[in-house]
Ligand binder design. Sequence first.
Ligand SMILES: [Zn+2]
Length: 213
Amino acid sequence: MKNLKFAVLASFLMVGFAHAADPTTVVNANDALALLEQGNASFIDNPLSKQQPVKEARIASINSHTPIAVIVTCSDARTSPEHIFNKNLNRIFVVRTAGNVVDNVGLGSIEYAVKALGVRLVIVLGHQNCGAVKATIAGGSVPPHINSIVNEIKPAVATAKKEPGDLLINSIQANAIRVSEKIRHDSDLKDVSDVKVVPAYYSLETGKVHWLN
Ligand SMILES: [Zn+2]
C-alpha cells in the first residue's frame, strides 16, 4: 500500500511537472481572455450553446488535457463556468468553493494548471447575490467548517464597509479582488512571468461577466 501510494505520487509529479505543457497547446493570457469574452457574449445572447457536441470533445480530449483558463468560482449552482463562458469539456480548469475563496489545496490546484498544463489566465469570479458573502455580512455564529469560509471573506466585507454604495455588491467584488491578490502573492508561480490573475463579477440578472481591473 505504501509503495502504491509512492508510485501514484511519483507518477503525478513526473507526468505533471517534469514534462511541462506542450507549447503548441498553450494559450496566452490575452488570447484566453478574448476567448472567454466571446463565450460570455454568446452565452448572454443565444438560447443554445454553439459548441461542438460534448461527446466529440470528450473523445478528442482523452489523452490531451488543454484548458485555456483557471476559473476560481463559487459553488453556487447558478455560476457554472462552462455555461457562463460557453465552453466545452477540456477548456476550463475549475477551482470551486463557496465564496470563491482559495486555501492551500486551491492554490496547489492553480499551480498545477499553470505549471503542468500551461494555463496562463486565472479568473476569480465573484457573483451577484452570493450566499457565502451574505452570510459573512449577516455575522453571528455558524458551524466550524462554514466559519472557515466566513473568516476568509471577512476582510473583504471590512474593506467594503468603508466604501459608498451597495455593501453586498461591494463585498463580493472586494472578495474577488482580495482572492486574486492572495493567488498572486501566495502561489508558487514566481517563475512563470506571463500569468494574469483577473478578478471578475458575474451578474445573474444579465449573464454578463465584468472584469474588475
Ligand atoms: Zn456564491
